[in-house]
Design a protein around this ligand. Structure first.
Ligand SMILES: Nc1ncnc2c1ncn2[C@@H]1O[C@H](COP(=O)(O)OP(=O)(O)OP(=O)(O)O)[C@@H](O)[C@H]1O
Ligand SMILES: [Mg+2]
Length: 479
């Protein structure tokens, strides 16, 4: 749910420097790539401030990120996705096939982007309604606890909240002669009880109590498998058009509130408006990240499960990148202004192995650098989600404190660099494999260890890997 204070700062409106510093929290080095991405994003924002005429003329400068495996290409996209308030999707070029073949057709990229746009646009609208929705939800909960005259439980039906109403079931006794008086009396009683409940809710006293509320049923997701990898959800096609069905559910006040707020906010938004804004948002601000684009270049030596022409896939992608209209269930989407970011290792094929028209559509090229031993030290320790922090946190759940000496960190980085050099260079992924190996014994033994204070030093690292390195050396000689 939106909250001014806790909501992450979103990319829209961030300056290039701010975007880069946000990426710096997770990705070490690769400054050139971060800068290009940041500038491209800021240019979307700048363009949005121009007149319609001018805006039409300015098409995005698509980016091609090149660099060895495991150096942060996909990670940059992943981080952008988290920051994005713009419609964003990441696809893998190898998943697509030429029209007519088994597999996903490239137009589904735009259909998925439009789905992403619906999500962010709808969320934006919902965010504006939460304040009102919260009040409505609170009233619904009160209504559920102290039902109004129509829904008043029959005498004898035990109401778990009757204690709040003072006289227990007595208030429901309708056998008295002066029914009118009685009703008026009951109404004021109800009001009184409700204001008490309201107060108690405000003070968080009823959070664990159970209430019965009406919950809108999610449309059944009858997935219809169209083909391998491609599926259409019937639920989502008809979902918005079908009248809502409600189901009574018994849940705790604290859970009921969450459900009701979402439900009320949902009822308050105008879906027609959301849809038309989402179409605009998709066309003007959409971003598609095409990963593994080098794998569809000729000469890449890559063969998927089915032998489809890579050039065919490129030809299919071309009109989408160049600008065309794709029909989606929400309406036609023009792709002229969607920003495309391609990424690939390009260690076998070159960008020039792509068909010329497609090459020309990715005018900005950035190279990501191979990672050094020094980078590894930083990757292990600095990012907010740094590997060492992750492993520490995991062991903490077992009541064990894990720490690494500086020398141990240096040693791990050296091992990673050495193994990358001696065997296959898999970039920072090597750190993951090393860390697993390093801690596997502890991970297995925990929580049954005496020592709750584990310190990993350089000695431990060296011992752990002395055999591995030697084995690799042998491999090298045999090969
Ligand atoms: N520069 C970096 N800073 C921090 N972590 C990194 C960096 N580069 C890679 N990593 C980590 O290494 C792993 C692999 O990185 P990533 O998925 O970005 O590789 P890639 O460049 O896309 O490689 P490939 O060409 O094989 O797809 C990720 O878990 C990521 O967190
Ligand atoms: Mg990748």
């Amino acid at each position: 749910m939106a909250n001014e204070l806790t909501a992450p700062k979103t990319i829209h409106g961030m300056t290039p420097k701010q975007i880069v510093s946000e990426l710096d929290k997770y990705i070490i080095g690769q400054d050139k790539a971060k800068r290009s991405v940041a500038v491209a994003l800021r240019n979307r924002y700048r363009r949005n401030l121009l007149s319609d005429e001018m805006r039409e003329e300015i098409t995005p400068k698509n980016i091609l990120m090149m660099g060895p495996t495991g150096v942060g290409k996909t990670e940059i996209a992943r981080r952008l996705a988290k920051l994005m308030d713009a419609p964003f999707i990441k696809v893998e070029a190898t998943k697509f096939t030429e029209v007519g073949y088994v597999g996903r057709d490239v137009e589904s990229i735009i259909r998925d982007l439009m789905e992403a746009s619906m999500r962010v646009t709808k969320q934006k609208h919902m965010d504006e309604k939460y304040a009102v929705a919260k009040d409505l939800a609170e009233e619904k909960i009160i209504e559920a606890i102290i039902p109004g005259s129509k829904k008043r439980p029959a005498p004898g039906n035990s109401n778990p909240f009757s204690f709040i109403m003072g006289g227990g079931q007595a208030t429901y006794n309708r056998t008295t002669e002066k029914i009118d008086d009685k009703a008026a009396h009951e109404d004021s009683q109800t009001e009184l009880a409700r204001s008490q409940v309201r107060e108690q809710l405000k003070n968080g006293l009823l959070e664990e109590q159970y209430v019965e509320i009406d919950v809108a049923e999610q449309p059944k997701d009858n997935n219809l498998d169209v083909s391998q990898g491609g599926s259409i959800s019937l639920g989502s096609i008809f979902g918005d058009a079908m009248p809502k069905r409600y189901k009574r559910k018994n849940m705790k006040v604290k859970d009921a509130r969450k459900v009701l707020i979402e439900q009320e906010a949902q009822n308050l938004i105008d879906m027609d408006q959301v849809t038309s804004e989402a179409l605009e948002n998709c066309e003007q601000n959409g971003i598609v990240f095409i990963d593994e684009i080098d794998k569809i270049a000729s000469g890449s030596g890559y063969r998927g499960g089915v032998d489809v022409s890579r050039e065919g896939v490129q030809r299919d992608i071309l009109p989408i990148v160049e600008g065309s209209v794709v029909n989606t269930k929400y309406g036609p989407v023009k792709t002229d202004h969607i920003l495309f970011i391609g990424a690939g290792a390009f260690h076998v094929s070159k960008p020039t192995d792509l068909i010329p028209e497609l090459q020309g559509r990715f005018p900005i090229r950035v190279e990501l650098e191979p990672l050094s031993r020094h980078d590894f030290v930083r990757i292990l320790t600095e990012p907010d989600n740094a590997l060492l922090k992750q492993h520490k946190a995991l062991l903490e759940t077992e009541g064990v404190s894990l720490s690494f000496t500086d020398e141990a960190v240096e040693e791990i980085a050296s091992m990673a660099a050495l193994m990358n050099e001696q065997t296959e260079n898999i970039g920072a992924r090597r750190l993951h494999t090393i860390m697993e190996r390093l801690l596997e014994e502890y991970s297995y033994q925990l929580p049954d260890v005496e020592n709750k204070n584990i310190v990993i030093d350089a000695e431990y690292v060296r011992n752990k890997f002395s055999e591995a390195i030697r084995a690799d050396d042998i491999d090298r000689f045999i090969l």
